[in-house]
Design a protein around this ligand. Structure first.
Ligand SMILES: [Zn+2]
Length: 221
């Protein structure tokens, strides 16, 4: 299991995956703990400010769930090293906070044919979707978002209500555990939208884009 981004979403997803006893959890984040994010990034405390999130998270999770093996990648990944990390995982979770990372993770998942569980949160709203591993039938992240959306908002610029990323990270853990166990029905070609302001969930269909630059040429060979 590879988790990209150990912020508000990643803290929730990692906690549930670790307590479910997934074999190996690879935590990837090159960011450091910031005092202004502690409200939603509950694996960190005031003493951790300035330390690398991935390292602190792994140490904290290991105290509660020592049977899981933790690997830490606390640097920005090149395309090559990202592909290698994705290849080494069964499932990839993306809770990162920017489109450049999201597109790179998506491209690596399409290339390596890995399932991608993707989530994001802003203000009162969150969303999640599951892509792959067969990208000849499944849409990918970039079928949904195109490069020109790059200017979209970030939590640091717009704020987010603390529990909303927790809701999304928890739902991502649900999809991941279903995918691992074969129980239930994993979301497919579906975008789940959570509107915390209205207390409402909505489900939208995602269509594959034939001209998608990431998966457009994926075939079922
Ligand atoms: Zn695509």
């Amino acid at each position: 299991m590879l988790l990209v981004g150990v912020g508000g979403i990643g803290c929730a997803a990692a906690s549930y995956l670790a307590s479910a006893g997934v074999g190996t959890l690879i935590l990837n984040d090159f960011d450091r703990v910031d005092a202004s994010n502690l409200g939603r990034q509950f694996l960190y405390g005031p003493d951790d400010v300035g330390n690398l999130k991935a390292q602190v998270a792994a140490a904290r999770l290991a105290r509660s769930n020592p049977d899981v093996t933790y690997q830490v990648i606390d640097q920005r990944l090149s395309d090559d090293t990202l592909r290698r990390a994705v290849r080494s995982a069964n499932i990839v979770l993306d809770g990162s906070d920017n489109f450049a990372t999201r597109f790179a993770v998506n491209a690596a998942c399409v290339h390596e044919r890995r399932r991608l569980v993707s989530g994001s949160a802003i203000r009162f709203e969150g969303q999640l979707a599951v892509f792959g591993p067969d990208y000849s039938t499944s849409a990918c992240y970039q079928c949904l978002y195109q490069e020109r959306d790059e200017s979209l908002e970030s939590c640091s610029g717009n704020g987010v209500l603390g529990p909303v990323p927790g809701v999304i990270g928890s739902a991502m853990a649900v999809e991941t555990l279903k995918s691992l166990s074969g129980a239930g029905t994993v979301l497919q070609n579906t975008l789940l939208l959570y509107d915390g302001g209205e207390g409402r969930w909505q489900s939208l269909r995602i269509n594959r884009r034939a001209a998608c630059p990431a998966c457009g040429s994926a075939t079922s060979d």
